[in-house]
Design a protein around this ligand. Structure first.
Ligand SMILES: Cc1ncc(C[n+]2csc(CCOP(=O)(O)OP(=O)(O)O)c2C)c(N)n1
Ligand SMILES: [Mg+2]
Length: 662
């Protein structure tokens, strides 16, 4: 052991003590990982990571992501010890209790310094790729004076084993994100036991093959860790630093075993660890000399921070930069004209096309918009002239070819949004929302503005068949809290939905868009009616007996059904519902106007959507009629499929008249 390792030991042991004591107090949590990585984290946070504990929102700070989120006590300890305002010692004592920001796994919206919500293994590292990408993009845009930082990750065996790791490191290697450095807690242990139970992969070779620099070190030796980190800094490629560690290091009877992974060590073992570590202080007591060393580490970056502030103040684009980082989007001068032109010209077009047309306007005026697609650019219509390709040769580009990496794309978009300065949007087929669903969930949980452009949103995609035809996807995405699912009915609604998605500073949106053409349904663009979530597109002319509620491509059909009903003297409202979540947020008066609370015998509510009917009862009530598709689709031309599955006036009208006459 080097001299420095001895000097550092009390600092690292403070992490170990806080971690084992907090887990013991909660009788729940993961002491092994923080105890194993305490030494390496200590070197990183006191010598390498550029941050200022007194200014956690410093835009040019290094980003640190604890991808192995179960080791949350490592991060909470680091934040407390280095001098962040939170967590306080009382908050640490309340680890994993309701009301403490020290949640079971780190949550970005509970604590400054928690750059990402982690715990779902693999996603932290994959989000860090997005952060590193955001850094390079903003550097290309604003220069070294304003943007010049690194992205550091601590990841475990699990993060490297998850499938998304392959997508993430492939993207990072290809884009040559050399300012990203991953410290791998190479402890050969996961929950079930030794890693030999489940893997024989040569992780280093896989990273090297993906264009990464790989270096190994003893994660408990300060000089070794320094040597490895210096090598990583010097190498132009993204780096994997394999830190060989002992899980639960310091717990004499349990270290090196999975017993330390996810359970309190127990009073006896905690006492034994205190002896082994030479840590004589009572739980949650950090001696002054150790704390002051940590506070010095946390203040190290203050000078760099001040120098940066001076550079910002002197910079001719400082206002623009600050607005970018604050997420304030410029008003679009052409936007109202664009929407008015749609109302006037009433174009017939697929909503994927009208999304492209909206993007052509928006990307010109909102430089923060950075687009991309998981290899379906021509189908998702996500690329427009002002978004030139972003590549390792040109980070200033605004269009990312993610490759066939839907999950990697979603996670990278989360990372970009978390980094700030970028409003990411990315496309794939709606069916493949399944492939990035964990990232969509984390967008929602993390409260970030990420826009998923998901085209080919129903059997209307036609011949590709049931493997490609989403059925349950709208319903399942609507089940995700804090996520807006938007399904516009025409070009104008599509523009309105884009406007709404951009306005959501703290939640993601999914735009579900058609492959097939849709007619224009609206004459007036003065008010963004989609903002209401649902609105009366057409009012009944005869005495109202029916309310037809439809979304996206089925609104056109609802209008035709209404015509047929009116022809029989049955009054029918047509309600377009581009976004159920926004409708749910309207006041009771508005909701009662659109969907009056009258006995079902008086007014029949009918939903029409080319997807599973699951969930529509909340709008049509128990006695309503739900027209949908509660089975998988089929291969064939779109129009024939709609006919085959009953999405026609002829099939729907009798079902309605039948119900009314009863
Ligand atoms: C996607 C996902 N699957 C499973 C889990 C449950 N889980 C938490 S930690 C862990 C083992 C991780 O092993 P490793 O990364 O080596 O952590 P260590 O035991 O070394 O701390 C598992 C399976 C999870 N958090 N996320
Ligand atoms: Mg492990």
């Amino acid at each position: 052991m080097s001299r420095d390792t001895v000097t550092f030991a009390p600092m690292a042991n403070a992490i170990r003590a806080l971690s084992m004591d907090a887990v013991q107090a909660a009788n729940s949590g993961h002491p092994g990982m923080p105890m194993g990585m305490a030494d390496a984290a200590c070197v990183l946070w006191s010598e390498y990571l550029r941050y200022d504990a007194s200014a956690p929102d410093w835009a040019d700070r290094d980003r640190f992501v604890l991808s192995a989120g179960h080791g949350s006590m490592l991060l909470y300890s680091l934040l407390h010890l280095s001098g962040f305002a939170h967590p306080t010692m009382d908050e640490l004592r309340a680890f994993r209790q309701i009301g403490s920001p020290c949640a079971g796994h780190p949550e970005n919206f509970l604590l400054d310094g928690v750059e990402a919500t982690t715990g779902p293994l693999g996603q932290g590292l994959a989000m860090a790729v997005g952060m590193a990408l955001a850094e390079r993009h903003l550097n290309a845009e604003f220069g070294d004076a304003l943007v010049d930082h690194r992205t550091w990750v601590i990841a475990g065996d699990g993060c490297l084993m998850e499938g998304v790791n392959h997508e993430a490191i492939g993207l990072a290697g290809h884009l040559k994100l050399g300012r990203m450095i991953v410290l791998w807690d190479d402890n050969n242990i996961t929950i079930d036991g030794g890693t030999e139970l489940s893997t024989s992969e040569d992780v280093r070779a896989r990273y090297a093959a993906s264009g990464w620099h790989v270096v190994s070190c003893n994660g408990h030796d300060v000089d070794e860790v320094r040597r490895a980190l210096d090598e990583a800094l010097a190498d132009p490629r993204p780096s994997l630093v394999a830190c060989k560690t002992v899980i639960g290091m310091g717990a004499p009877n349990k270290q090196g075993t999975s017993a330390t992974h996810g359970a309190a060590l127990g009073e006896d073992e905690v006492a034994a660890a205190r002896k082994t570590l030479g840590w004589e202080h009572s739980p949650f007591d950090i001696p002054e000399d150790v704390l002051s060393k940590w506070r010095e580490a946390g203040a190290r970056g203050a000078i760099a921070h001040r120098e940066w502030q001076d550079r910002v103040a002197a910079h001719d684009r400082s206002a623009e930069f600050e607005a970018r980082m604050a997420g304030t989007l410029p008003d679009s001068a052409d936007w109202a004209d664009y929407k008015a032109s749609l109302a006037a010209e009433k174009p017939t077009m697929a909503t994927r096309k009208s999304s492209e047309a909206a993007l052509a306007v928006l990307t010109q005026e909102i430089p923060a918009l950075v687009g991309g697609s998981a290899d379906l650019t021509g189908s998702n219509n996500t690329k427009v002239p002002s978004t030139t390709p972003l590549s390792a040769q040109d980070y200033a580009g605004r269009y990312i070819y993610y490759g066939i990496r839907e999950f990697g794309m979603g996670a990278a978009m989360n990372g970009m949004a978390l980094h700030g300065g970028i409003v990411p949007y990315g496309g794939t087929f709606l069916i493949f929302s399944d492939y990035c669903r964990p990232a969509i969930r984390l967008s929602a949980l993390q409260q970030v503005r990420v826009i998923y452009v998901m085209t080919h949103d129903s059997i209307g995609l036609g011949e590709d068949g049931p493997t490609h035809q989403p059925v349950e996807h709208l319903a399942s995405l609507r089940a995700v809290p804090n996520l807006l699912v938007m399904r516009p009915a025409d070009a104008l609604e599509c523009a309105e939905c884009w406007e709404l998605a951009l306005a959501q500073a703290d939640r993601p949106s999914v735009l579900a868009l058609t492959r097939q053409n849709l007619p224009a349904l609206r004459d007036d663009a003065a008010e963004n009616l989609s903002a209401r979530g649902a609105y009366r597109l057409r009012a009944a002319t005869s005495a109202r007996k029916v309310i037809l509620i439809a979304t996206g491509s089925e609104v056109e059909l609802a209008v035709k059904v209404a015509d047929a009903l009116e022809g029989q003297g049955i009054g029918a409202d047509v309600v377009s519902m581009p976004c159920a979540e926004l409708f749910d947020e309207q006041d009771a008066g508005y909701k009662a106007d659109i969907l009056p609370n009258v006995p079902p015998g008086d007014i029949l509510r009918v939903s029409i959507e080319a997807g599973t009917t699951f969930g529509w009862e909340r709008y049509t009530m128990a006695n309503g009629l739900n027209i949908g598709l509660d089975r998988f689709g089929a291969s064939g031309p779109a129009e024939e499929l709609f006919a085959r599955f009953g999405f026609t006036v002829e099939a729907i009208v009798p079902q309605i008249t039948d119900r009314i006459s009863k």
